[in-house]
Design a protein around this ligand. Structure first.
Ligand code: BV8
Ligand code: ZN
Length: 304
């Protein structure tokens, strides 16, 4: 097959056995991670220059960080909104969307907040965004339930417009380091170079006047209730699960990563698609498939 020529290390027998199993499957899960969008041009969290490599970036995805410095956290998310809006879904996003249309028993669990699966036309009822979306915003006040979905305004407020190199005061040494190259690679530097954004200039709730926040799930926050229930129902179905595709994820964030072992306990075989063997040790058994390489190349071949 084309895949064997592109990736000679993948034995044709593995592809054939995978296709045979897929053809006899009716209930299939896919767990998606940042690696799926890597080929579209979005940095992963653990890749070179990953968002989490610098401590600040890790801290930014928490309620504490937002309460402490909403301007900085909004700069982080505004930058990621901008990046995500300026890239396109890749062939794997489209292949997953087309496959969902062919298999009603296929459910996609995405950890990605980049909006690329929805933009690829993935049927909404077969796509669970476990960690929300960069393009949802909601009120920060717990008593207010104001939510905006599909807010693609970039920048979301003028004060969050990304600086061009001219704007950034490159006279200071720190700002010089936060050059465009560094900014592109590592989010934490951007906070060095950007001027503070006053809270009054941040997005505010039209309903209660409070601050709006990105509609993503931060660390320490629970996943959207409806999503958890739907995933649990799928996993608890007496019909069991035939297969789980684990695509472009280091499977270290929970409860999302926990779905792999739960699916296995419901009878699923596991197919990992990743540029490296990145799963925690022991997570792969001899019954599993490991297709090493770019998801954007491998997934379309596996789902054809
Ligand atoms: C919860 C949205 C509890 C935001 C994200 C201590 C304190 C507090 C919590 C915890 C704690 N210890 C553990 C926890 C639980 C915590 C957690 O799991 N922490 C981890 C770090 C251990 N989880 C939580 O806090 C969750 N909530 O537990 O709440 C609770 C319960 C009840 C009631 C109240 C509270 C919430 C977790 C959600 C966090 N939000 N995202 C944002 O994006 O800014 S997580 C974020 O990072 C992503 O969504 C994603 O999930 C994760 C990154 O993982 P990946 O997608 O896998 O990306 P990564 O870079 O790691 O890997 C990329 C992979 O792709 C690599 O393997 C690479 O090899 C591969 N790859 C690269 N290129 C390619 C490729 N593969 C194929 N092709 C390529 N081209
Ligand atoms: Zn409000």
């Amino acid at each position: 097959t084309r895949l064997s020529t592109l990736y000679p290390h993948i034995p044709p027998s593995a592809i054939e056995s995978f296709h045979a199993h897929l053809a006899s499957s009716t209930r299939v899960l896919a767990l998606l991670g940042a690696g799926l969008s890597a080929s579209s041009g979005l940095p992963t969290f653990r890749g070179a220059g990953g968002l989490w490599r610098t401590h600040e970036a890790t801290d930014l995805a928490t309620p504490q960080a937002f309460s402490a410095d909403p301007g900085l956290v909004w700069q982080f998310y505004s930058y990621r909104r901008h990046m995500a809006l300026n890239v396109k879904p890749n062939m794997a996003h489209y292949a997953l969307a087309e496959f969902a249309k062919k298999m009603p028993g296929f459910q996609t669990l995405s950890q990605n907040v980049d909006g690329l699966s929805p933009r690829a036309g993935h049927p909404a009822e077969q796509l669970k965004l476990l960690h929300g979306s960069l393009f949802d915003v909601k009120c920060h006040n717990f008593f207010c339930n104001y939510v905006e979905t599909a807010n693609y305004t970039d920048p979301i407020v003028p004060a969050l417009a990304l600086p061009t190199d001219e704007d950034v005061d490159l006279t200071t040494n720190a700002a010089r380091e936060a050059s465009r190259e560094a900014r592109e690679l590592d989010i934490a530097d951007i906070s060095v170079a950007l001027p503070d954004v006053p809270e009054t200039a941040l997005p505010h709730c039209p309903s209660c006047g409070g601050l709006l926040r990105p509609g993503v799930v931060w660390f320490g926050e629970s996943l959207p209730a409806g999503v958890l229930e739907t995933v649990d129902a799928f996993l608890e179905d007496p019909l069991g699960v035939d297969l789980i595709l684990v695509i472009g994820t280091s499977a270290r964030v929970f409860p999302a990563a926990g779905y792999i072992e739960i699916a296995r306990s419901r009878g699923a075989r596991v197919a990992v698609i990743n540029t490296e063997m990145d799963l925690p040790p022991g997570q792969l058994t001899k019954d599993d498939w490991f297709f090493q390489g770019d998801a954007a190349v491998i997934v379309p071949e596996l789902l054809r």
